[in-house]
Design a binder for this molecule. Structure first.
Ligand code: ADP
Length: 258
């Protein structure tokens, strides 16, 4: 994938690839996918940053077990926290905000995102993964209009109720002339430990439908796994704790397809 640089004249650090992770609706595993893909890319030796831009519902700190982390400011630049070899910035790190709802109107939220993008010492990353809030609101729009994005990954689950709204996210980014890298299907079947059979708990084919409709690649299919959920709850992502699991393999092969 062709690298892009942020505008250094505007005080932005060089970041080769900026990848937004979007979804039509919440709860499809967008943050889980963003986090595990960021870690998978980091495991290849790439320098990776993860920006949790889900300002209304930041979940990355919890998923990384970083509740107590905070970010410092040095020479007017926000210093990202570090976890498992990646640099992390999240609104959830602001202690006074951690347990409170973020009640801000769009322009304020856009301003916070711009600061996280531009006024942060990301220092020469190969990849900056931006975990966007679900839907097509102010934050995805601000991301698209503030910096040159390499592309967007859209996460959906297999059923129509998710894929039908994921289509809207794809449509929005297309309208803004932001390249779509592809679609990731999460919760893509559950393989029963006892009978060994794959059960399509959430139906099937959601990502394939989007891929065919928009002629964009199907980047990967991540199975529904208790280990993924438990890892999020415990702040220990599955790709680190159970690297040989089918889910971890699926995250790594998805990262290769980016
Ligand atoms: P979103 O960012 O789309 O709102 P999250 O990444 O926060 O979704 O995931 C929602 C919940 O689903 C979390 O509890 C997460 O651990 C769980 N989850 C996500 N993907 C999977 C999966 N493939 N298998 C099992 N649980 C998952």
């Amino acid at each position: 994938m062709e690298g892009r640089s942020l505008d250094e004249d505007a005080g932005m650090t060089t970041v080769k690839n900026i990848i937004g992770v979007a979804s039509g609706k919440g709860g499809v595993g967008k943050s889980t996918v963003a986090l595990n893909l960021a870690l998978a890319l980091g495991q290849t030796g790439a320098k990776v940053g993860l920006l949790d831009a889900d300002i209304y519902g930041p979940s990355i700190p919890l998923m990384l077990g970083m509740k107590e982390a905070f970010m410092e400011v040095e020479a007017n630049k926000l210093q990202p926290a570090e976890a498992s070899g990646i640099k992390v910035v999240s609104f959830g790190f602001f202690a006074e905000q951690a347990h409170k709802a973020a009640i801000y109107r769009g322009p304020i939220i856009s301003g916070i995102l711009k600061q996280f993008l531009v006024d942060t010492n990301w220092s020469d990353l190969d990849y900056l993964i931006v975990d966007l809030p679900p839907g097509t609101g102010d934050i995805p729009l601000t991301l698209a209009q503030t910096i040159p994005i390499t592309g967007i990954l859209v996460v959906t689950t297999p059923q129509n109720v998710a894929s039908n709204v994921a289509v809207k996210a794809v449509g929005m980014f297309e309208k803004l002339n932001v390249p779509i890298i592809g679609v990731v299907e999460n919760m893509s079947g559950f393989v029963c430990n006892k009978c060994g059979e794959k059960h399509n708990v959430f139906g099937e084919g959601g990502a394939k439908r989007i891929s065919e409709q928009f002629k964009i690649p199907l980047i990967g299919e991540i199975p529904l796994t208790a280990g993924i959920m438990a890892g999020s709850e415990e702040g220990r992502p599955i790709i680190l704790t159970d690297p040989d699991s089918p889910s971890s393999n699926a995250f790594r092969s998805s990262a290769k397809n980016i």
